[in-house]
Write a protein that binds this ligand. Sequence first.
Ligand code: MN
Length: 496
Amino acid sequence: MHNLKSFEIWFLTGSQHLYGPETLKQVDADSVIIANHLDSHPEMPVKVVFKPVLKSTEEILNICKEANHTSNCIGIVIWMHTFSPSKMWIGGLKILQVPLLHLHTQFNRDIPFADIDMDFMNLNQSAHGDREMGFMLSRMRMPRKVVVGHWQAASVITQISAWSRVAAGRHLMKTMKVVRFGDNMRYVGVTDGDKVSAEIKFGFSVNTHGVGDLVKVINEIGDAQIKALIEEYESSYVLMPSLLQGGAMRSSLIEAARIELGIKTFLEDGGYSAYTDTFEDLHGMRQLPGIASQRLMAAGYGFGGEGDWKTSAMVHVMKSMATGLAGGNTFMEDYTYHFDPSRQMVLGSHMLEICPSIAASTPTCEIHPLGIGGKEDPVRLVFNGSAGPAINVSLIDMGDRFRLLVNEVDAVEVTESFPKLPTARALWQPKPTMEIGLQAWLLAGGAHHTVYSQNLTTAHMEDFAEMLDMELVIIDGSTNIRDLKQQLRTNDYIYK
Ligand code: MN
């Protein structure tokens, strides 16, 4: 996982020379206090860096150039303590390449009715200074997030910190590398797509290695490393008896550990932060990677089954955004339905590869036949996902654009037992209802694969879509099919 504190957002305050040095000194001093408050707030995932007040076209252009070229600057926050004529901002904004948050706040929370005079009015003008800024940002069609409220208000902190997480994810996405072991599952549509368009749009590259390249690395893993990893398995999970020392399937556990270490080494050596595999191409591998993919996801790597590079990239990006938050993010698949009218639910699972970051309790480590792929029985972690609100996110290639689809769901506590289904799984109810939620998902062309997140919300995905200037379709408690159909029709024209 990345340390998000290595990333910076810059706190920029606009003003002008008109007010004279004394007022500008006060603007600086107030801005330092706000920037420091944000920076030291426990909810803030990144560093917030104060920059001296901006008073001219040249200063604004220079700070925007500097933000573009500073490799750990992931975005800027701007606010106008006083009035800052917005034509001074055109040059800087035109070249700005990092995400922008417009913070509409003021230093004082309350109007000091008994003492307020014209000096106070001259210093505290964000109510109209930020309107001047808002006009120019709209005039220039600049995508940005607008946050309104006093800088100490909880909702302001929450919105800025959420946006910062998304900016960090976008920043990592710009340079991330996805590796595919083997190609797409034969004939499958939604997992395929235009990798060139994706690299132009998002920055991440997707390249393929024959599985033999990976097998070579797996076969070079030494016994000492395997022994250490087996000990980690034993201390982290409840192993089924046949996998214990002396058990009948112990050699399969050793092979699973070798596969995990081999994939990890391959990813580290190549600088990859996400990968895909496919059960149709495992030449030279004895098992389909199960526990390996589960644990590598838990360590922050993206994973997609059956060659699904889009979902794999999004797993890594969303895990990075959620660094340090309670709850998990995982590759997921809508598997089968419970249409009992009293308790309608989706069973989400995969053959093997669900990340244990969503587990309600300590996973068991088990081995069972797979019935697909024609390989030896794979080792996997088995657990139930925990209850609570979650989202399912699908990135799909519409041919002329990428669409980001989000469905809010409520995961329910898994009370049923699955004696014959040894996979990790979660049960949830889609919003607004099972019928409308699934109808909307199908109409929007959402994939069977998703990123399932317990700790990111629709608000994060809205910021993400805004920053990347991409289509966003949300299925939530207020979705109705007639409006959704109209939105999809309208979007086809907007994104043509
Ligand atoms: Mn699948």
